[in-house]
Design a protein around this ligand. Structure first.
Ligand SMILES: Nc1ncnc2c1ncn2[C@@H]1O[C@H](COP(=O)(O)OP(=O)(O)OP(=O)(O)O)[C@@H](O)[C@H]1O
Length: 482
């Protein structure tokens, strides 16, 4: 049981329900560990005392704006509070200095207009309703007044609203700090327009979210959104880059999904181009970007067959030769050099350089690796370009980092894509160090009477991965001679 509560007839409680998650009710009979509860829904159930959580009889019907005000901070209490607030259109709630956002799945423009930004400017944290602007304002003022860099971590499962929240934080920070105008564009405009550019090149449609960052750079095969825009929008561009329908490209046709409801690809393409202009990309640079993107697509269509030498490979047929030549043309590199980079591997030892043929299977792996690395470099270039065009001051001593990172999602099978050691660290730092340890130290310092809350952190898992010399990574490098 969550809290040591004395259950008597008349106690209000929460109990788990397979459909509703949690339902509430009133204890009508206590027989040792067996508790009979009359649920609000009308049904009566008998449950073990250890499966029951106390319900605060005095909780306000509209909920509380900071969960630390709750009498019981357990799962049903937290969820009930969030729902009560959501029912009155309050999508934000604090837990101390953490802001919880519940995705409204509808536009709420009145919450984010310039009048709202002006209200939050300089207001004490907690003075106004919970809001991302309040978090951004607190970070901004701490940086300016105390001269300490700040970080804001935005986390949650896919589709939870991280990107939207991040945009709001950025909008507020740009509003506070971005007054300067460069080449007719304000820094605020440039910061905000950097989003559509990064989204066009970094996002993909997933089962849960049409514009998901979850696969950011890790699976370019699914990241077809910008290619799709590219194809649909401008016929002359399609011709220039020798493109065709997305379904003719291996890197785009894996998901069999070429259209998104409510998304007009040509409009998106034009918006992306406009955003690229706003963030300061010249038309030559834009052309180079789309050339690289198109080249990657052609690269993906090169298939390999057995070559003349033993265990060697070569482009399979005329079609593959066409894509190889087009990729080379678009990359502006030598066709033979590109072919060699796919079909051969160069091993440099201390004494000599050995060139080894790759069989068709290995050549395909090498092709995909090249596509990924080029795409990844392109994306890094975009980020650098945006940063320099926004006028990031290399001399600046302080910064506010906004990290938008998906949280751990518990799927039936969790793959390596779902959780990384970065997540484990963040979880360790944020939940373990920040939420629990720091709070508990604070209580001890202020001599507040409280009972120690036991929590299991993920230090053991981190040690398993990273600890030297016995961790997985250390063992891996030991085996591979580094
Ligand atoms: N505050 C909000 N107001 C209105 N709509 C919202 C808000 N937050 C989220 N949404 C809606 O939910 C959708 C998904 O949100 P978002 O893309 O921010 O999720 P995410 O957590 O970043 O997902 P992923 O990890 O998959 O990238 C948005 O496209 C938008 O329609």
């Amino acid at each position: 049981m969550a809290a040591a509560m004395s259950l008597v007839v008349g106690s209000l409680v929460w109990l788990e329900d397979p459909e509703e998650a949690w339902i509430d009710g009133e204890v009508v009979e206590v027989k040792g560990e067996q508790i009979k509860v009359l649920c609000t829904s009308g049904k009566t159930v008998v449950v073990k005392a250890s499966n029951i959580y106390p319900k605060d009889a005095e909780a306000p019907p509209c909920g509380v704006d900071d969960m630390t005000k709750l009498a019981y901070l357990h799962e049903p209490g937290v969820l009930d509070n969030l729902r009560s607030r959501y029912d009155i259109n309050e999508i934000y709630t604090y837990t101390g200095n953490i802001l919880i956002a519940v995705n409204p799945f509808r536009r709420l423009p009145h919450l984010y207009d310039s009048h709202m930004m002006a209200q939050y400017k300089g207001a004490d944290f907690g003075e106004l309703s919970p809001h991302p602007f309040a978090v951004a304002d607190a970070a901004y003022r701490l940086m300016i007044n105390d001269g300490i860099s700040q970080s804001i971590l935005v986390s949650g499962e896919s589709g939870a609203g991280k990107t939207e929240s991040t945009k709001l934080l950025m909008r507020y920070l740009a509003y506070m700090g971005g007054g300067a105008v460069a080449e007719g564009r304000t820094v605020e405009q440039q910061v905000l327009e950097s989003n559509p550019v990064l989204e066009a090149f970094g996002n993909a449609k997933t089962v849960r979210n049409n514009n998901s960052r979850s696969l950011f750079l890790s699976q370019i095969f699914l990241s077809f959104l910008s290619w799709l825009e590219l194809y649909q929008a401008k016929f002359q561009d399609v011709k220039r880059y020798k493109l065709g329908h997305p379904k003719t490209f291996h890197y785009l046709n894996q998901s069999n999904c070429y259209e998104l409801d409510g998304v007009d690809d040509s409009e998106e393409y034009i918006a992306t181009r406009r955003a690229m202009e706003v963030v300061g990309m010249s038309s030559n640079e834009q052309d180079a970007i789309f050339r690289v993107v198109a080249a990657i697509l052609h690269l993906g269509n090169i298939e390999f067959a057995k070559g003349k030498e033993m265990d060697s490979s070569m482009p399979k047929d005329e079609k593959s030769w066409f894509h190889l030549k087009t990729a080379a043309e678009l990359f502006k590199c030598d066709v033979k050099a590109l072919e060699d980079s796919l079909c051969k591997r160069v091993i440099v030892t201390r004494d000599e350089t050995i060139t080894k043929w790759l069989d068709p299977e290995a050549a395909a792996v090498s092709r995909d690796a090249l596509a990924k690395i080029v795409y990844s470099r392109l994306f890094d270039w975009l980020v650098d370009k945006i940063n320099s065009s926004i006028g990031q001051d290399p001399e600046s001593k302080f910064l506010i980092g906004v990290l938008d990172i998906y949280g751990f999602e518990s799927f039936k099978t969790n793959s390596i894509l779902d959780i990384s050691s970065v997540h484990l660290y963040l979880l360790y730092y944020f939940v373990g160090q920040h939420v629990f340890k720091m709070e508990q130290e604070e209580y001890t310092k202020e001599e507040i009477d409280w009972s120690y809350i036991e929590f299991v952190d993920n230090q053991d898992i981190l040690d398993l991965i990273e600890k030297k010399p016995g961790g997985i990574i250390a063992l891996f490098w030991m085996k591979h001679g580094k």
